[in-house]
Design a protein around this ligand. Structure first.
Ligand SMILES: [Zn+2]
Length: 128
């Protein structure tokens, strides 16, 4: 893959990683034993005196847990993509299912993509 493109995608990934961590830390604490694990704090409504600063609505604790889950999964994907880039073994940008290069347009839209368009559509229909 083109080095320039990898640099571009790496930058995107690093920016997204920062965003995800910031978002998680607004309502969750980082696990002391595992820095990649976050635990949602029970909402203390007194803290949210300026709701405009929060990009999301502060709902119930369940909503926070669901949001934490989504952000954490996304962070894991971003991290593993960055790891692949840093390994320099050309594993980045290859589909984990069929081993073919992932479409560049797809990587631009989602630099953490693990599968090509074909395999991701296959997966979706399987899991529903
Ligand atoms: Zn594939």
């Amino acid at each position: 893959m083109d080095k320039k493109l990898i640099t571009e995608l790496k930058k995107k990934l690093e920016e997204e990683k920062e965003q995800l961590q910031k978002q998680l830390l607004t309502f969750a604490d980082r696990d002391k034993k595992d820095p990649n694990d976050y635990d949602a704090r029970y909402p203390d409504m007194g803290k949210y005196s300026s709701p405009d600063e929060n990009a999301y609505e502060v709902g119930s604790y369940e909503n926070l847990l669901a949001l934490e889950h989504v952000l954490e999964l996304r962070l894991q994907d971003v991290n593993s993509a960055l790891e692949k880039i840093n390994r320099h073994d050309n594993s980045y940008g290859k589909c984990e299912v069929c081993g073919k290069p992932i479409e560049i347009t797809r990587l631009r839209a989602n630099p953490a993509a693990k599968t090509c368009i074909k395999c991701s559509t296959k997966n979706k229909s399987k899991t529903g």
